[in-house]
Design a protein around this ligand. Structure first.
Ligand code: CO
Ligand code: ZN
Length: 337
């Protein structure tokens, strides 16, 4: 799991995925026929069909399997006289989950997030009640390290306790990890496979859109995290940690293709993999835009049940991660139809 930890610990907010992309490139170089980076920054790895029953036709069936490289972040909007930074969000930043957390800029500058303590400060606070303290004495000192438009990510080391991993950016580096491991384990595949490590998911599924347009796949599977209903007094949801991969039925912007969803369920049964069905009421992932590219793409999602999403301590179960890899291997080896 060292690779998973390394991916999570690294810096890579939306639009700044370079470090993550380099790490992934060096892992998968030997597991694909070719890799390319499109203009937006998606990393696309191509694995052509190779098995006894793969007929070399004009155009083999194409399956796109994607996970996003980016994580949420904070972007500096203003620096005050005393050297405190004001910021706004890159992606779905939840103010109540980030107060007093540590952050890091691309150049290594570390800071922590403070909150105004005046009585009118709403509870929970809004983003404009928060500021970043980088231990500067004044504006000049702050500006030596950080400028307007600089982007920070959370700064937190991943840990594994009792087969559960806690980290920032499990959303969606753990998905990237599942794709990488699948590529490494894959021996034969019936269809042409495109493993796509997308950019800018957290700011509106942008990389997935251009990636899918270029590939024009017949089928697609996105791998991402989803929320759970297994913590005290939380919103009711039939997904929990350690009960297997969640096969998505629906989220706020996406309805899974019944063909793909049922095939994933069949593979789970065939391989004795525990699984859960996911209906996510708020939020979505890359599959929502991939599905409606060109003439349409039959799409599904495999989700890693994860607690405290978009915080510095997201938590998932490694048994579920194993299950996802197993199902991805079935998809790659046997196809989706
Ligand atoms: Co997210
Ligand atoms: Zn995600």
């Amino acid at each position: 799991m060292e690779l998973a930890k390394k991916l999570c610990n690294a810096y890579g907010p939306s639009g700044r995925e370079d470090k993550i992309r380099k790490m992934i490139e060096s892992e998968i170089g030997n597991s694909c026929q070719r890799m390319e980076v499109d203009r937006l920054g998606n990393l696309i790895a191509y694995v052509p069909a190779k098995s006894k029953d793969s007929v070399k036709e004009e155009k083999n069936t194409r399956i796109m399997i994607c996970a996003h490289m980016d994580e949420i972040g904070l972007i500096v909007t203003y620096i005050d006289k005393k050297g405190f930074l004001r910021f706004t969000n890159i992606g779905g930043l939840l103010p109540e989950r980030i107060v007093n957390q540590r952050i890091i800029f691309e150049n290594g500058t570390i800071g922590c997030i403070g909150v105004e303590t005046k009585p009118e400060t709403p509870k929970p606070p809004r983003i404009d009640n928060l500021f970043i303290d980088i231990s500067a004495q004044d504006r000049k000192e702050a500006e030596d390290k950080v400028g307007i438009g600089d982007i920070a990510s959370f700064h937190q080391q991943a840990v594994i306790i009792n087969n559960r991993m806690t980290s920032k950016a499990l959303d969606d580096r753990i998905g990237c990890y599942c794709l990488i491991e699948t590529m490494k384990l894959l021996k034969e595949n019936k269809n042409d496979l495109y493993f796509v490590f997308t950019v800018q998911e957290e700011v509106g599924l942008r990389g997935a859109r251009t990636g899918a347009y270029g590939i024009a796949p017949d089928y697609a599977i996105a791998v991402d995290v989803t929320v759970t209903g297994d913590t005290p007094e939380c919103r009711k949801m039939d997904v929990g940690l350690g009960k297997g991969p969640a096969i998505k039925v629906k989220d706020a912007l996406f309805l899974a293709s019944p063909i793909v969803k049922n095939k994933l369920v069949a593979y789970a049964k065939e391989t004795d993999t525990a699984y859960q069905l996911e209906i996510l009421e708020r939020g979505t992932t890359d599959a929502a835009v991939v599905q409606i590219i060109k003439e349409g793409v039959l799409s599904g999602v495999l989700s890693i049940p994860t607690r405290y999403i978009h915080s510095t301590n997201e938590m998932c179960d490694l048994g579920d991660v194993e299950g996802i890899i197993k199902l991805l291997l079935s998809v790659c080896e046997k196809g989706l139809f």
